[in-house]
Ligand binder design. Structure first.
Ligand code: SAH
Length: 339
């Protein structure tokens, strides 16, 4: 067990179980996440015997930073795990703050045809501490606070549901990294039962759905998960989520040349989403050398955007970060491992 994988509640239970006061958990959290200590011996307000017990019961290690690729407003971090696997995180500087995109698994089983990460099958889920410490190391490098978090790196977060939820509890804690829940977004390719479960998660976190197609025919071609959870089931789950949480959902839509970018596709998408409290985030595809999909030309993207607007769908075109430094999902790790 690793100390960075424990929620405040779990640590409170732990302290109670060793006959210590519950509030010690908050003290410890402050050392870990505010003062950002590097070993237990820096703690001054918990007595030695308790510190020794902590040392026995919890590891203190983080993921290790291997390389950083820097560009003007984006940095890409490659991390190594204790079993020599690699994962990555991307830091983006926005005018509204600094957001980080973290990985949730080593590899991914969803097999989306356009995605670099999916070229490598899931090896394992990330442990909670491996997700949390991506943030700690990036904050250390940045020498500033991260303000926004998206779980959109390597992996399918809803295929590692419990660990991702605990990660959210830790970074959102007022004694932890204090990332506001409305500044946290989890993105899924559409694991329907988990969308229902997520609707009951008692934190105001945002949900993004990787849609990328407005019909089963298109989604089946590019996203194998659609054969398990059909588009209609995804949309029904999203509607139920919105009803329960009253929160607006984001639909991500990568524009792939001649696959999903026609005017007809824009009309179908408008029809599909009509009346749903959502917005569409159009994403120019980040081409990658191992995959033959091409990005749609800008005039097609604009046309697509105009049609959605005309149909009163909230829509934005995602600003591009990091195509120069191979920041698209899984690219840096692929380069490293030469997959
Ligand atoms: N598995 C989750 C989260 C990780 S992928 C999900 O599917 O949502 C994060 C987002 O990046 C998804 O919308 C994914 O479809 C998209 N993506 C993957 N490869 C991309 C690429 N080369 N260019 C642009 N977006 C990409």
């Amino acid at each position: 067990m690793n100390i960075y994988g424990k929620t405040l509640e779990e640590l409170e239970d732990y302290f109670v179980s060793i006959n210590e006061k519950k509030f010690k958990a908050k003290q410890l959290y402050k050392w870990l996440y505010e003062k950002k200590i590097n070993n237990y011996d820096e703690i001054t307000d918990i007595k030695k015997e308790v510190i020794n017990k902590l040392k026995e019961d919890f590891l203190f290690n983080k993921v290790s930073l291997v390389t950083v690729e820097r560009d003007k407003d984006v940095c890409k971090y490659l991390f190594k795990l204790s079993d020599n696997e690699y994962i990555e995180a991307v830091l983006m500087m926005h005018d509204y703050g600094r957001s980080i995109c973290v990985s949730s698994q080593v590899g991914c089983n969803m097999g989306c045809k356009f995605c670099e990460s999916g070229r490598r099958k899931k090896v394992r889920n990330l442990e909670v501490y491996e997700i949390v410490t991506q943030l700690l190391l990036v904050e250390e490098d940045l020498k500033d606070k991260i303000t926004h978090v998206v779980v959109m790196g390597i992996g399918e977060p809803f295929d590692n549901y419990d660990n991702v939820m605990n990660f959210i509890k830790i970074i959102n804690s007022p004694y932890g990294l204090k990332i506001g829940s409305r500044h946290i977004t989890v993105s899924t390719c559409g694991i329907v039962p988990k969308i229902y479960e997520f609707a009951t998660f008692p934190y105001q976190v945002n949900l993004a759905i990787s849609l990328h197609g407005a019909t089963d025919e298109i989604r089946n071609k590019i996203m194998p998960i659609n054969k398990v959870y059909k588009l209609e089931d995804v949309i029904t789950a999203v509607k139920s989520y919105i009803k329960k949480t009253n929160r607006r959902v984001t639909f991500e839509y990568i524009m792939l040349d001649n696959v999903n970018d026609s005017e007809l596709d824009a009309e179908s998408l408008s029809k599909l989403l009509k009346g749903i409290n959502c917005y569409v985030n159009i994403i120019p595809y980040n081409e990658t050398e191992n995959i033959s999909f091409k990005r749609s030309e800008m005039f097609k993207i604009m046309k697509f955007y105009d049609i959605l607007k005309k149909n009163n769908i909230n829509v934005t075109i995602r600003r591009e970060f990091g195509s120069k430094i191979s920041a698209a999902c899984g690219q840096l790790r692929s380069k490293k491992e030469e997959l």
